[in-house]
Design a protein around this ligand. Structure first.
Ligand code: G6P
Length: 610
């Protein structure tokens, strides 16, 4: 969502460090940006609608040196993305500058009472209310006290960083519902919403919990609850490095991340497979055999691509472990009256570990007594920390807004989970060994598919001017169809629908004519013969057929206009392979249409608002 970064240190290069940090946060939100530095007892600031390059333009010739400052990249929630609504926001006296990620829910009430006290507002944002509220309580030399008093009156979510022109040796941050991490450098501290802004300077970090604050000076920090009780934090070491968040020679982060998948899939399995016995060890689950056997029902919750991974997980776990699985959108789950019985285990699937709906659903499930586990990528993220235990997918930083490598790592971990439960219930050691062998082959098979990128690009060249696409699959490949369609929508702004192939005749078939490209995911699995029938139905109506299948599937080759081959694997592992060409197809179409692949309009990498 919004990216926030604050700096305090003994040097004079706050502006430079903040702008660089902002660049690394831009993927989170990018409709406006701003910066404020304290210099000579006053605030020097600039903000603008648009991307960080626009802010850089505006700052040309402006001296942004200083030893304390804050910067923000926004994804609008209240008020359109313009200069006035961009952060930082200020009090009336322009002494206090504040940046915020989250939503102040009671801002209208607060704003009214502050206006009645003659506070003058210049933006339509919820955030500005907080700047004025702090001003109300500020005496000029106790910023943390004023922040605390203001936060006591606030309802909603926030990750905030506040500075004051009259206390240039202080930076205050607080968190409730939106991530705050602080990097501890040599005589400097960097506070941000994401470690990406910190990594260049230090790997030593602490994560704030909800209702906690931090007060940093150039050489010291203290942390406490909003109620002013002292808290101590373990310093943790981040194991991602800077190179992992650079583009590595690719034109876009998304392409880099697609091409990383042979490695990231391996990472998701590393140290977890026991080929000799056909077992899987997922220590992160923190459950013994007896507890695992006692699991009667599994709920998978997530949003967007993570929800699609859950749908595939449902096929995998039910098929291999015979445990009933339900998959729910986190946003729906949290507002229902969900039934959690004894023996129900909930897995929250989230790349970022910060998606607010998934987090709220997890909390709801915890409240109702379920054992809650996370399947997250970002180590130390809120979901990872708040769940009872969990399994990291170890995909490394995913910067492209459209999720790719996290998806294949999520389904790889779900396959491992199916095997963990399956081996306790229905799968023999020899079947386990067979599955592990197949899993071990997946990474090379993905590399093979990636070698066919040129062919996929040539298909994209034929179809990028079409306005509608249909994606069809059966069984575990139906969610792959959903994911393929989502990728195209997200980054090309084209209408695309994913459907179970057999359902096509109950509606979407009406759309088919010579202008409708239909992507079939049809490897030779147990649904293959059936889906060939569906391909014939499209062919009969002159639809254009792009088929993803295995070598030697002659019926498909004869029917399809274009064929993309994927190697053979076990039926339940096909989704990992089949989604790769769909990611590339979406990527190529978006590039051909001139779209901003890594930062698609209106979307955010991590959605920390409802
Ligand atoms: C946003 C992103 C998607 C992602 C979804 C869930 O919509 O743009 O790519 O799948 O959030 O995010 P999570 O971090 O919880 O997996």
């Amino acid at each position: 969502m919004c990216g926030i970064v604050g700096y305090i240190g003994k040097g004079n290069n706050a502006g430079e460090i903040l702008m660089e940090g902002l660049k690394r946060l831009e993927y989170g939100g990018y409709d406006s940006a701003g910066i404020a530095i304290v210099r000579d007892g006053a605030l020097v600031w600039e903000k603008t609608a648009g991307k960080i390059e626009q802010l850089q333009e505006k700052l040309k010739g402006v001296d942004i040196s200083g030893h304390v400052g804050i910067a923000h990249t926004r994804w609008a929630t209240h008020g359109e993305p313009n200069r006035a609504n961009a952060h930082p926001h200020f009090d009336c006296a322009q002494r206090i500058a504040l940046i915020h990620n989250g939503i102040i829910e009671n801002f209208q009430t607060l704003k009214k009472s502050l206006e009645a006290e003659n506070h003058h507002f210049v933006s339509e944002t919820d955030t500005e209310t907080l700047a004025h509220l702090i001003e109300k309580y500020y005496t000029g030399h106790d910023l943390e006290v004023a922040v605390r008093r203001a936060l006591e009156r606030v309802e909603g979510t926030y990750g905030i960083i506040v500075i004051s022109a009259t206390e240039p040796d202080k930076m205050v941050a607080a968190r409730n519902g939106s991530p705050i991490v602080m990097g501890i450098g040599e005589e400097e501290y960097i506070i941000a919403s994401d470690v990406a802004a910190i990594l260049k300077h230090t790997r030593q970090v602490i994560y704030l919990e909800d209702h906690e604050m931090i007060v940093a000076t150039p050489d010291h920090f203290t942390s406490m609850t909003i109620e002013n009780e002292y808290v101590s934090h373990d310093v943790q070491e981040v194991d991602w490095d800077l190179e992992m968040i650079e583009k590595g020679g690719h034109h876009h982060f998304m392409l880099k991340e697609i091409f990383e998948q042979p490695e990231t899939i391996k990472n998701a399995m590393r140290g977890r497979l026991i080929p000799a016995t056909g077992d899987v060890r997922l220590g992160g689950l923190d459950m013994n055999e007896e507890q695992l056997r006692a699991v009667k029902r599994i709920l998978l919750i997530g949003c967007g691509t993570s929800w699609h991974a859950g749908l595939i997980g449902e096929y995998m776990i039910e098929e291999k472990a015979r445990i009933p699985v339900e998959v729910e959108y986190a946003s729906e789950f949290r507002y229902r009256n969900p039934i959690i019985e004894d023996g129900t285990v909930v897995f929250a699937i989230s790349q970022s570990g910060e998606t607010v709906d998934t987090l709220a659903a997890l909390r709801e499930a915890e409240k109702r007594g379920a054992r809650c586990l996370g399947i997250c990528n970002v180590v130390g993220s809120t979901i990872a920390r708040e769940s009872h235990a969990g399994v990291y997918i170890h995909a490394g930083p995913e910067i492209g807004v459209a999720s790719t490598k996290a998806f294949t790592s999520q389904i790889t971990v779900l396959a491992l989970l199916a095997l963990v439960f399956g081996r306790l219930k229905t799968i023999s050691s020899s079947e386990g060994q067979k599955i592990i062998q197949a899993l071990l082959g997946v990474s090379d098979q993905v590399s093979e598919i990636l070698k066919g990128h040129d062919e996929i690009r040539s298909i994209a060249e034929k179809y990028y001017h079409h306005n509608n696409f249909l994606y069809l699959g059966r069984g575990a490949n139906y969610p792959v169809a959903l994911e393929g369609a989502l990728k195209l929508k997200e980054i090309s702004y084209l209408h695309a629908e994913g459907y179970p192939a057999a359902e096509m005749k109950h509606g979407p078939i009406a759309l088919i004519d010579e202008n409708m490209p239909v992507v079939f995911i049809c490897p030779r699995d147990n649904a293959y013969q059936k889906i060939v029938g569906n391909i014939c139905e499209v062919k009969a109506r002159k639809g254009k057929i792009i088929a993803i299948t295995n070598e030697g599937n002659s019926e498909v080759v004869e029917l399809a206009d274009h064929v993309i081959y994927i190697p053979k694997t076990l039926d339940f592992l096909y989704p990992i392979l089949a989604v790769i060409p769909l990611q590339l197809l979406a990527y190529d179409i978006a590039v051909l249409r001139g779209c901003n692949v890594d930062q698609p309009r209106n979307l955010a990498k991590s959605v920390t608002v409802e």
